[in-house]
Design a protein around this ligand. Structure first.
Ligand code: FAD
Length: 455
C-alpha cells in the first residue's frame, strides 16, 4: 500500500506506521478483538478527513473510523488490516451557545470534555457513561450511546441537533445550523446516529444542552430477592418525578468490584440485588421523596443509603460504575447488551442463567445495567472468544421475549451474524442499499453491522 499520498495530506506526525506504536488502536477495549493495520491516520480537520476518505475510495482501501476505542462490540478494530482513521486529534470544542443551550464540537472531543465545557457555562450534556473520559463524541454518535440518564434525557440521538460528516466518497455532508425546526427531507443526523462508522465519518456536531437540576440525590437500595428489586423499579418510575437513573446490579458483581478495587461493601449482609437510583430536580427533593408513596418502603428497609453531596454520591456510584472494569480484569468476557420490553425484565433476569447453563454450566455470568429502561448487560466469562454458542442462546432467548439484541452498544462485529434475530431480510436489504449509497466502494468499516464482504 503506497501511503505517501496520505503522508502528504497529514504530515509526518499525522500518520503512525510503527506497529509498536499502533497497538492501542488495533485491540478493542474488551481484548476480544485483535487486528493489525498498516497505518493509523490522525487528521486535525474535516478537510483532511475528506481527503483521506477520497484517497481510500479511489484506491479501494478500507478504513475503520475510531474515537476513544471504548466500544464493546469490536466495531473499531481493524481485524482485516484496514487503515485506522482516528479522530483523537480533532478535539476542539468550538462554541458553547449560552443563548440557545447548544454546543459545537469536533468529533474527537471526549464526552467528559463536552460535559465539562457545558457545565462551565451553567449547562449540562444529557448523556453520561462511565467511559466518559475516553469515549469520543463521534463514537457516542456513531453508536447512539445510551448510558445511565436515558430515562430522563434520551439516547445520544435525541441530543444531536445537526452534524457534519464525510461520506464514503470523501464528500462533506450535513450542516451545523441546529435549527429547532427543519423538515427538509430525510433526517441525516438521525440516520448517522447508530450507523457505527459504516455510512460516514462524523467530524463535527452541534448538540443540545439541558439545564442542570438544582439538586441531585443518589439512593442505593439493597434487596434480599431479585423479584423484590424488580417490582420496586416499576414503583420508582411511577411514584417519583425527576428520576434520572435507575441502575441494577447483583451480589456477584458487587463482590468482584469490592475485591478488585478494595472497597468496603455497602452492608455486611450479602444481598441478592441492588438498585442505584439517581434523582435530580428543583430544590426540595428530600421533602418530595418523603411525601411520595415510596417513603414507607424507604423508612421500613434496612438497606437504604443516601448520597446527597458529590462525594457521597460518587461513593455510591462506584459500586455500579466499576462493574465493567472489574469484570474485564477477571477475564475476557462475552458481552451481551440487551433490552427487554416492559413486563419481561423479570422473566429474563430469572431465567437467563438457566439458558446459559443449558449450553455451558462452567461459565461465570455477571448481570448489571440500566433497569429503568429494561437494559441489562450480560457478561459471560469462560467460553473461548470464538465460541459463540452461549451468546447465540442468550440472544435467541431475548428475541423470543420481544427484546433487542443490542440496546446501546451497537451491532459491531460481535453481532453482525445475529442481526437477523431482530431485523427481517427486507429490512437488512434496505440497510445494505442505504450503505451502498453512502459508501459505494464499501470501504467504511467493512464487517461491522453486516458480515464481511470482499471489496
Ligand atoms: C467502562 C465502560 C462503560 C461503558 N458504558 C456504556 C454505557 O453505559 N452506555 C453505552 O452506550 N456505552 C457504554 N460503553 C461503550 C462505549 O463507551 C460507547 O459505545 C461509546 O459510544 C464508544 O465511543 P468511542 O469514542 O470509544 O468509540 P469507538 O470505540 O472508537 O468506536 C465505536 C464505533 O463507532 C465508530 N466511530 C467512532 N468514531 C466515529 C466517528 N467519528 N465517525 C463515525 N464512526 C465512528 C467506530 O468505527 C465503531 O464502530 C462503555 C464502555 C466502557 C469501557
Amino acid at each position: 500500500m503506497k501511503l505517501e499520498s496520505l503522508r502528504t495530506i497529514l504530515g509526518n506526525d499525522g500518520i503512525v506506521t510503527d506497529p509498536s506504536l499502533n497497538s492501542a488502536y488495533t485491540v478493542d477495549w474488551t481484548r476480544r478483538y485483535k487486528g493489525y493495520t498498516p497505518a493509523v491516520l490522525l487528521p486535525r480537520t474535516t478537510g483532511q478527513v475528506s481527503q483521506i476518505v477520497k484517497w481510500c475510495y479511489e484506491n479501494a482501501i478500507a478504513l475503520v473510523p475510531q474515537g476513544g476505542n471504548t466500544g464493546m462490540v469490536g466495531g473499531a478494530t481493524p481485524v482485516n488490516g484496514e487503515l485506522v482513521l482516528s479522530l483523537k486529534r480533532m478535539t476542539a470544542i468550538e462554541e458553547v451557545d449560552d443563548a440557545t443551550g447548544q454546543i459545537v464540537t469536533q468529533a474527537g472531543a471526549t464526552l467528559g470534555d463536552v460535559q465539562q465545557a457545558a457545565s462551565q457555562l451553567g449547562w449540562k450534556y444529557g448523556v453520561d457513561l462511565s467511559a466518559r473520559d475516553s469515549a469520543s463524541i463521534g463514537g457516542t454518535i456513531a453508536t447512539n450511546a445510551g448510558g445511565s440518564q436515558v430515562l430522563r434525557y434520551g439516547n445520544t440521538r435525541e441530543q444531536v441537533l445537526s452534524l457534519e460528516a464525510v461520506s464514503g466518497t470523501g464528500d462533506v455532508i450535513g450542516d451545523l445550523r441546529g435549527l429547532p425546526k427543519d423538515n427538509t427531507g430525510y433526517h441525516l443526523p438521525g440516520l448517522l446516529c447508530g450507523s457505527e462508522g459504516t455510512l460516514a465519518v462524523v467530524t463535527r456536531a452541534r448538540l443540545r444542552l439541558v439545564k442542570p437540576p438544582e439538586e441531585e440525590l443518589s439512593i442505593l437500595l439493597g434487596f434480599r430477592s431479585l423479584n423484590e428489586a424488580l417490582e420496586i423499579v416499576e414503583e420508582i418510575r411511577k411514584s417519583l418525578d425527576d428520576v434520572q437513573a435507575c441502575e441494577i446490579f447483583f451480589h456477584n458483581g458487587l463482590s468482584l468490584v469490592c475485591e478488585r478495587f478494595e472497597i468496603i461493601p455497602p452492608w455486611n449482609e450479602q444481598l441478592a440485588a441492588y438498585l442505584l437510583v439517581d434523582i435530580g430536580g428543583q430544590a426540595g427533593l428530600e421533602e418530595r421523596i418523603s411525601n411520595s408513596p415510596l417513603s414507607a418502603f424507604f423508612n421500613a428497609s434496612h438497606f437504604v443509603a443516601y448520597g446527597n453531596d458529590s462525594q457521597s454520591r460518587k461513593k455510591l456510584w462506584q459500586y455500579r460504575d466499576l462493574h465493567t472494569e472489574a469484570i474485564s480484569a477477571a477475564g475476557v468476557p462475552h458481552k451481551l447488551d440487551v433490552s427487554l420490553p416492559h413486563g419481561k425484565l423479570n422473566e429474563f433476569c430469572n431465567n437467563v442463567q438457566e439458558v446459559i447453563n443449558a449450553i455451558d454450566d462452567q461459565t461465570q455470568s455477571f448481570l448489571f445495567g440500566h433497569a429503568g429502561d429494561g437494559n441489562i448487560h450480560v457478561n459471560i466469562l469462560g467460553p473461548d472468544p470464538e465460541d459463540l454458542e452461549v451468546d447465540i442462546a442468550v440472544l435467541k432467548y431475548v428475541a423470543s421475549l420481544g427484546g433487542s439484541i443490542s440496546a446501546e452498544h451497537g451491532i459491531g462485529r460481535a453481532k453482525a451474524h445475529h442481526l437477523y434475530l431482530n431485523r427481517t431480510p427486507t429490512e437488512i436489504n434496505i440497510f445494505q442499499e442505504i450503505k451502498s449509497i453512502f459508501d459505494p466502494a464499501g470501504i467504511l468499516n467493512p464487517g461491522t453491522i453486516f458480515p464481511q464482504q470482499e471489496i
